[in-house]
Structure formats: structure tokens, C-alpha cells
Design a protein around this ligand. Structure first.
Ligand code: HEM
Length: 236
């Protein structure tokens, strides 16, 4: 006999399936943001005017119907809600997983034995990868949004980016962070699309793997092009 005192609605809100869906949708929103952000960063190759115009345009989209910076603030709020929802559901699901298995093995796999029972290196690193990415985003905001960290001096958006990546250690920090982001997406995109019901056959599974690897690869290479081009003196 059921002993819970929760209402059906409260039970549904705590359901693991709902948490997984929240995690998938918030993750996919952030992937969309990353693809747009990556594309925007490539404006660096168009020179100072193109990049600074792009940064300014982000704030004037929709004017005069929408006030200055309005669209950017909507994007920021959606991102913040997504980050909080993603982390909160990750924490709850991780606790449940540990509780269900008493900290033991999650599922059996004949592959990747050195990594325990996890299937891929990407799935093995997904939780600590998430924590690393959070720390990186705080560093990145201090660097390029709040302008607290200014290696090579402050200036316009183009100047700050170009001055920063003339330092090899700055490129190294971004390289490590983006490898973590790519690993996270390799597993996360596959997992999110699976949660949303797209993993229905062997062909679908193969396609999801291709999509996850492609998204991770495009984001890794697309984000790393500007820092390396600047370090190598191709963008000045
Ligand atoms: C080489 C890689 C990257 C470069 C050069 C770069 C560049 C920038 C710049 C210039 C800004 C400030 C935009 C402005 O205020 O005008 C910014 C903001 C931001 N970036 Fe990046 N970014 C990179 C990678 C990433 C990655 C991998 C993430 C997420 C994991 C990320 C997340 C953000 C966020 C959340 C903001 C704040 C958006 C806002 O509030 O305006 N960035 N980035």
C-alpha cells in the first residue's frame, strides 16, 4: 500500500523523469547559446570594427521597439534560469543515483573497463566536467564581461580579446576549459536527446552519437580558432 503523503502534483514535480527533462531542455538551450556565441566570436577575423560593431549591435537589437540592451538581458535571464535548473536537477539526480546504487556501479558495460562501468570517457567526466565549466564561466565573466581580469590592459571588446590571447597561459586556460566543455557536450547532447525520446533504434542511436560528436567538435574548434589565431599573430 502506498504510504506517501504527497499530492499527485507534488509527486510529479519530484519525479526523476521530470528532472531529466529539465536537465535536457536547459542543456539544449545552453548549447544553442554556445553556437551563437561561437559564431559571434568569429567576427574577430573581420577586424576591430566588425567585432566592436557586433558587440555594440548585441545591445541595440530591436531598438527603438525594445530598449537598449533589452534583448541581451532577456538572453541573460534565460541563461541564468537554465544554469540554475541544470545544476539543481544535476545535484538531485546525482544524489538519487548514489542513493539507488549505494555509491556503487551505475550500469554494466563491457567497454572502457579502465573507467569502471561507464561507457565513454565523456560520460565518465560529465559531473566533474560540469563543476569545472562552472568555475571557468565565473573566470570568463570576470575576464570579458566584468573586466576584472585584464591581461594586456583594458580597452574596447576587440582590444581586450586580442590583448588577452597574446598570453600563452590565457590560451591554455581557455583550451583546458573548452576541452571540458566539448567532453561535457559529447555526453550531454546524446543524453539530452535520448531523454527527449529520440533514441528509439540502433540507427537513431548512431545518429545521436554523430550529432553529439559534431556539436562538441564544432564548438571546440570554433571557440579555439580566435585564441590560437591571436597567439600565432594571425589576428593583431
Ligand atoms: C575563446 C572562447 C571565448 C571567447 C573569445 C569569448 C568571448 C566573450 C566576450 C567578448 C564576452 C563579452 C560580451 C559582451 O559583453 O559584449 C563573453 C561573454 C560571455 N561568454 Fe564567452 N567567450 C568564449 C567562450 C565561452 C564559453 C565556452 C562559454 C560557456 C561555457 C562562454 C559563456 C559566456 C557568457 C555566459 C557570457 C556573458 C554573456 C553576457 O552576459 O553578456 N563563453 N564571451
Amino acid at each position: 500500500m502506498a504510504t506517501t503523503t504527497l499530492t499527485p502534483r507534488a509527486r510529479a514535480m519530484r519525479s526523476t523523469v521530470l528532472m531529466k527533462a529539465v536537465m535536457a531542455v536547459s542543456g539544449l538551450i545552453m548549447v544553442g547559446y554556445l553556437l551563437v556565441h561561437m559564431y559571434g566570436n568569429l567576427m574577430v577575423f573581420g577586424g576591430a570594427a566588425a567585432f566592436n560593431d557586433y558587440a555594440a549591435h548585441l545591445r541595440t537589437i530591436g531598438e527603438p521597439m525594445i530598449p537598449y540592451g533589452g534583448v541581451l538581458w532577456v538572453v541573460r535571464i534565460v541563461l541564468l534560469v537554465s544554469v540554475v535548473a541544470h545544476i539543481a536537477s544535476a545535484v538531485v539526480l546525482t544524489r538519487r543515483s548514489h542513493h539507488a546504487t549505494r555509491g556503487g556501479k551505475r550500469y554494466q558495460s563491457k567497454r572502457a573497463r579502465a573507467l569502471g562501468v561507464q561507457r565513454t570517457f565523456a560520460s565518465f567526466t560529465v559531473r566533474w566536467g560540469g563543476v569545472t565549466i562552472l568555475l571557468y564561466v565565473i573566470f570568463h565573466l570576470l575576464h570579458l564581461t566584468w573586466k576584472v581580469i585584464n591581461p594586456g590592459g583594458a580597452g574596447d571588446p576587440y582590444g581586450r580579446v586580442v590583448n588577452s590571447f597574446q598570453h600563452w597561459w590565457m590560451v591554455l586556460i581557455y583550451l583546458v576549459a573548452l576541452v571540458m566543455v566539448a567532453l561535457h557536450l559529447r555526453h550531454g547532447v546524446w543524453s539530452g536527446l535520448t531523454t527527449l525520446g529520440l533514441n528509439t533504434s540502433a540507427t537513431a542511436r548512431r545518429n545521436l552519437n554523430v550529432i553529439a560528436i559534431a556539436v562538441a567538435g564544432v564548438i571546440l574548434i570554433g571557440f579555439l580558432l580566435p585564441p590560437f589565431a591571436i597567439l600565432l599573430g594571425l589576428v593583431k
